[in-house]
Design a protein around this ligand. Structure first.
Ligand code: PRP
Ligand code: GUN
Ligand code: MG
Length: 182
């Protein structure tokens, strides 16, 4: 059996650390949305694992919809263009929208989505990012309202995050061995 684990150079976030992050984010969201009925928008594909865990930590009534966008393709660098693969099925006018994203890196994906959604006149838009990449000398175009954790400026995989569509099913987050890229 080809084992994904053997391709990992270093673990960045363990399963236990991820559980703690989810519990804390859930508490914050439950507090802030106590009397609301938010629409959680999962940004596919990367955020599907995070969103499934986050939703189960959210105790207030909420709905979920899915937006699929892609800008990295099979590489480790953004193409610079966000392509809509699937749009929402839900009307967001008047809704409290909470975008669930796996990682904020260059910020291109989230700034694109926030601009797009603002035009649809939701009551509010907030961002919950599982991981925010710490990029030296980079001022992000968007600042998430909820941040799971900060990660170093390296390409990471696991917990929904892929390299060439692999590794999304790793239950932790890690950095790949360099030979995987060659
Ligand atoms: O802040 P940015 O530089 O825009 O990067 C973040 C985005 O990149 C990844 O998506 P990707 O385009 O790889 O699609 P995927 O979710 O289907 O893997 C990730 O899931 C985020 O959505
Ligand atoms: N898998 C993966 N996708 C990303 N998209 C933007 N940054 C990253 C990253 O570090 N890992
Ligand atoms: Mg990707």
């Amino acid at each position: 059996m080809a084992e994904l684990h053997k391709d990992i150079e270093r673990v960045v976030l363990t399963e236990d650390e991820i559980k703690e992050i989810i519990a804390r984010l859930g508490d914050q969201i439950n507090h802030d949305y106590a009397d609301k009925n938010p629409l959680i928008v999962a940004v596919l594909r990367g955020a599907f694992v995070f969103t499934a865990d986050l939703m189960r930590a959210i105790k207030v009534p909420c709905a979920v919809d899915f937006m699929a966008v892609s800008s990295y393709g099979d590489g480790v660098k953004s193409s610079g263009v966000v392509r809509i693969v699937k749009d929402l099925d839900t009307k967001i006018e008047g809704r409290d929208v909470l975008i669930a994203e796996d990682i904020l890196d260059s910020g291109l994906t989230l700034s694109y989505l926030v601009d797009l959604f603002k035009g649809r006149r939701p009551r509010s838009i907030r961002i919950c990012a599982f991981a925010v990449k710490d990029i030296p000398n980079h001022t992000a175009a968007v600042v998430p309202d909820y941040v799971g954790t900060h990660v170093p400026d390296e390409f990471i995989v696991g917990y929904g995050l892929d390299y060439a569509e692999r590794y999304r099913n790793l239950p932790y987050v890690g950095v790949l061995k360099s030979e995987v890229y060659s």
